[in-house]
Design a protein around this ligand. Structure first.
Ligand code: ZN
Ligand code: ZN
Length: 444
């Protein structure tokens, strides 16, 4: 009697990686492919594989969420899961295992490595059955982007400007040596007519709130807040944003789902009594949270996202508004820079360059000099050289450097930007390059 082959579902948005896995495993196993987490979840329910090999950073649904669903009561009892990601960060491995993965391997993997892992895992005892459902996540204010109300389009093009309210990375940085560039953590406002589109909620958000309250006396504010990821330097200003306390105002917060819980839950937990006196549920404004699965149309602008290389879930944004394009890439370490040169790393780096291609303004992180980077490899950030190379490859008109390292004083920042401009001249790149500073306003 012919032996029944075990089934393996390969979930990855990189077709080359899927084909490679199928190539090397199809002799021994029955194989199926899925092009992202959502596709993987649907195929897993229909086809009932014995093993799922999944990437982490994929459009529509990331791999953490797929692991969690596979291990949920609606998931597949006894299914084995290998997470195969190009992210070598310890935080991602720990989160993948916590989400239900049995194994974590770093791509690009060798043929022998994947065959060994698959054989070993499929011959081990079945995984524990479905895990108990996770704790309730608070009020159901989380919408998927597909359920957004249809936006109202304006006929006349609206003026677009960008204002930086916080440009410091990692940690607020005061002191007399940092007065020109400023010390607030990341917060950028893209103003489209009367509509504030805010990216990241670092401590700079507090001052933006004061300014908006003065600008809209007695008038409601309807704002959109995009969050690249939820490390402290990107959310700490949120509870100090006073327009959130006014019942006239409406705000929508957008990001992808967290690795461990919903976007709403992350914000709610960050304002738990241990950290802040007012809980999220007491904010008087109309506040909703949207977990992005793809581009979102907010009427005055279309915003798309791209996963970046940083510990945990982290995305960059491309905002297309009134004929202008602004790309925001913060907290990113080049794939080849971190993992070494490979065909896969080059493809991943190229995807991010393409995401920014042709921007009128690229807002780009650069935290280190090459010398500093040598001892900070794997921290999820890039260098001035990386930013300059990126500007040349993506053909952007202007590049604002930000996410300044807390140790970089005003004088050091002057030197760093001078260095960037010299590199651009050396490489014959026409991009206008400057450092963003707290308070800088740019008309587009
Ligand atoms: Zn950061
Ligand atoms: Zn970060």
């Amino acid at each position: 009697m012919a032996e029944i082959k075990k089934r393996i579902l390969v979930v990855d948005d990189d077709e080359v990686i899927r084909d490679l896995a199928v190539d090397v495993l199809s002799e021994e196993y029955e194989m199926m492919q899925a092009c992202d987490g959502q596709d993987g979840w649907e195929k897993a329910q229909d086809w009932r594989p014995d093993l799922v090999i999944t990437d982490l950073m994929m459009p529509r649904m990331h791999g953490y969420e797929l692991c969690r669903l596979l291990r949920s009561p609606e998931g597949l009892s006894g299914v084995k899961i290998i997470v195969a990601s190009s992210k070598p960060y310890a935080a991602d491995k720990a989160q993948a295992i916590a989400a239900g993965a049995d194994e974590y391997i770093v791509k690009p993997f060798s043929i022998g490595e994947i065959q060994d892992k698959v054989r070993k895992i499929l011959s081990s005892a079945p995984a524990a059955g479905p895990q108990p459902p996770p704790a309730p996540e608070g009020p159901p204010v989380t919408n998927r982007s597909s359920s957004l109300p249809s936006p109202v389009k304006s006929e006349v093009p609206l003026p677009v400007s960008v204002r930086f309210w916080g440009t410091r990375g990692s940690c607020p940085t005061g002191g007399l040596k940092n007065v020109r560039y400023g010390g607030n953590t990341l917060c950028t406002e893209i103003r489209i007519g009367d509509i504030p589109v805010i990216i990241d909620c670092g401590t700079g958000l507090r001052e933006l709130g004061v300014e908006l309250a003065a600008e809209f006396p007695g008038r409601p504010i309807a704002g959109h807040i995009f969050v690249g990821h939820t490390h402290w330097d990107h959310i700490q200003g949120f509870p100090f944003f006073t327009p959130l306390y006014n019942p006239r105002n409406t705000f929508t917060v957008y990001s992808v789902r967290g690795a461990r819980s919903s976007l709403h839950r992350i914000f709610s937990d960050s304002m738990a009594l241990d950290y802040f006196p007012v809980p999220l549920s007491n904010l008087a404004s109309k506040l909703s949270f949207v977990e992005l699965e793809g581009p979102v149309d907010i009427g005055a602008a279309k915003v798309s996202f791209q996963h970046l290389n940083h510990p945990g879930v982290c995305i960059g944004f491309r905002v297309e508004a009134q004929g202008k394009v602004i790309t925001y890439i913060s907290d990113h370490e080049g794939f080849a820079k971190l993992g070494g040169d490979s065909e896969m790393a080059r493809r991943q780096d190229a995807a991010i360059v393409n995401f920014a291609r042709g921007s009128d303004l690229l807002i780009m992180e650069a935290q280190y000099t090459e010398q500093e980077y040598a001892s900070r490899k794997g921290w999820g950030h890039g260098t001035y050289d990386d930013a300059v190379k990126f500007a040349g490859a993506s053909g952007v008109s202007r590049m604002a450097i930000f996410h300044h390292d807390p140790s970089h004083t005003d004088d050091m920042m002057d030197a760093n930007i001078k260095y960037c401009r010299e590199l651009l001249v050396r490489d014959g790149v026409k991009t206008e390059c400057f450092a963003a500073w707290d308070g800088l306003r740019i008309k587009l």
